[in-house]
Design a protein around this ligand. Sequence first.
Ligand code: IMP
Ligand code: MG
Length: 328
Amino acid sequence: MKTIIVGGQYGDEGKGKIISYMSITDDPDVIARGGVGPNAGHEVNYKGKRYPMRMLSCGFVNEKARLLIGAGVVVNPDVFLKEVDSINAHKRCGVDLRCAVITPEHIARDGASETSQKIGSTKTGCGPAVADRVNRVGTLAKDSPALKPYLTDVVKEVHSAKRVLIEGTQGFMLSNLYGTYPFVTSKDVSASTIAADVGLGPTQIDDVVMVIKSYTTRVGAGPLKDELSVEAAKAKNMQEYGTVTGRPRRTSVDLHYDDLRLAAQINGTTQIAITKIDVRFPGNAGKKKFADLTLEAQSFIKHVEKEVGVPVTLIGTGPDAEETIDRR
Ligand code: IMP
Ligand code: MG
């Protein structure tokens, strides 16, 4: 069983929470990360503690699972080693030999780049590291002394495991191919690319779970329909701040169904996970059954299913991994 989890909006949909939930309930042998790199910030709240992860999968909460980083990801060895230490997971983390490495020079180049400034990049060196890889001048993990103890062949591990969760990063609208170019990240981040990032082909994927938040946020520059003022977002309890950069996120109270339909189509989405239903509809915090949701929240979820044409199987009702309604 191989399941991919992708973001359906502009990142920050709550993938970390959904991945940590599924890593417990679905009990995967291997959790492999695809996507861009440490520009991503996935947050897990687990047993009363908050873990902001940028390189390792949020599935670490399942202590038996292997935590792998696929070849398509650009790796910052410092961030990786710090996170391995922070969750004390030295024995179960692995980096594919073929990953490209982010160097201090990449971070400096990202910081000084006019384009990065214009699009509101996270300036974590991801774009320059991806560009160097494309230009065939990149440094690979197999040549990094710091990563040596963790090097592995993720392709072999993923293909020999029984149950695999594959964690995508960013969100569909930030895809370099299908998003709001040039206000996008440096790679496509749809499910097909995430599969290739970890060494899987399209016919080997059983399910694609697209995570969306009950409202829309975007961090960095670029178009955002029906954007609210910070004051209005605060009044609705929807004002958020970036996990990686701490920047205030821009908010739009609605879901953008044209974009979501396209995202569902190109991702080959089989299920939707919707997060923060308790924020959009007060009175639903911590609910674990669909029937216990307020009627307004229930009809919103039915509306999403009808508009996007994909069943909503997971519903987040609070920050903790366990605050989830599971209709699978
Ligand atoms: P970069 O990929 O860091 O160069 O950033 C390009 C754009 O994508 C900027 O608008 C970033 O704010 C946005 N971005 C990149 N990664 C994420 C993410 O994981 N969550 C939200 N926004 C992101
Ligand atoms: Mg994030």
